[in-house]
Design a protein around this ligand. Sequence first.
Ligand code: 5AD
Ligand code: SF4
Length: 481
Amino acid sequence: MTAFNYDSIDLAALPPETEPARQRYFIARLRHWTKKRREALGRPLTCFVTTFGCQMNAHESEKLLGILRDAGFEEGRDETADLVLYNTCTVRENADLRVYGRLGRVSTIKKKNPDMMIAICGCMMQEEHVIEKIRKSYPFVDVVLGHINNYRLAELLAERIDCGHQVIDIENGRRRIVEDLPAERKYSFKSGVNIMFGCNNFCSYCIVPYVTGRETSREMKDILNECRLLVKNGVKEIMLLGQNVNSYGKTLANPITFAELLKEVEKIDGLERIRFMTSHPKDLSDELIEVMKNSGKICRHLHLPLQSGSSRILKIMNRHYDKEQYLELARKIRQEIPDMAITTDIIVGFPGETEEDFLETMDVVEKVQYDSAFTFIYSKRSGTPAAKMEDQIPADVIKDRFDRLLALVQANAAKRCELLQGTDQKVLVEEEDDHMYGYVTGRLSNNSVVHFEGSKDLIGSIVPVHLDEARGFYYMGTMIR
Ligand code: 5AD
Ligand code: SF4
């Protein structure tokens, strides 16, 4: 995080054994190497990082980019860069297929430019069959790095430069948390902050616990220090990240709850908005609802994955709640915090899902009236219990259910969106509008997007906006001056 003086490191000495000193040593070595290359080529070296998958992965990429920046790379625009890094996801099969597609295409670029380096990391690399395939079919990949040990990027690149052949380094088990490594931020005014890594839930369809390892929480003091430093550097909105934030702190030597952590983050002067992702319904406590209700900073948005509305399927999914418990939780939240937007994840076509099960899902969607929902077609992940289940659902049945679900989700979202039409809301301005010149785009506390006329100097500030028109899942507005 802090600007570090790499020139103070003695490169003639052996690499230190402890972290983060060891990684700093390798970053310093790479700096030396990129400097020499820059002088020889007469131009800076560039890197290009592509992220697949979730917000946690996007944040991992910011950290990887921070390492590369400190190592002397400038950010390039595309895969013609000197170093291309793919940060992969493996939650559904099509994520894997996209990565293989990209590797195929980048190989033709490398044929023309053999000096370029290709590195690949992320969740997909935690699977043995993937490593085998890369070893056999993609020998041009220079560095293969696991998700759990991705903080060692500089060390592995240095090794690749020294040895001249493919370097593979994958660790398994619990993630080791290394503090005080660099990070690059995509936005100057908002940032993710990891509060925990891994997942212990083993939902029967999900590969995540196998690839990210056991749940490990960061110490509260380290989280608060990172948040304070971010705010000092201009950050107004922080997103606390974890696979299951509601179980934060259980594995610490002095256990604390997620609600207690939130209360401490709330105290940081200058921080304006707090978000978090993802909540598991089984662990969402009354204490947390109370803290959210009384907070002036926690955003009015709760992502509460349902997965299925059928109690029978939820049991087989190993979710530890049933339809009634979920509905009761949603009711309680709506009652205590009426302006809270609720969003969700739903899987269609889990093995054995009958039409009746699916109608239970539709019933929950209708009752909860989600502000938006990510809908996924079930994807078989080898190694998970669900992959071995009989009665996988035919593609045409899934497609039909998926379309019906999506139509209902969109209709409900449009109704929810209309509720705020005509009101004034505070908006954090995020970027210039892609499509309309002279317009900017921002987000309300409830995470809805609004477009309004304004110039780019508004980016990063929180301004009042009148919501003129609800357009299904976003608004057109006018800034109040
Ligand atoms: N198939 C489809 N969707 C899945 N998810 C996790 N595993 C699978 C799978 N095998 C979805 C869940 C989770 C989201 C991040 O991805 O809905 O909440
Ligand atoms: Fe996967 Fe379930 Fe863990 Fe979420 S809670 S990451 S769905 S195992």
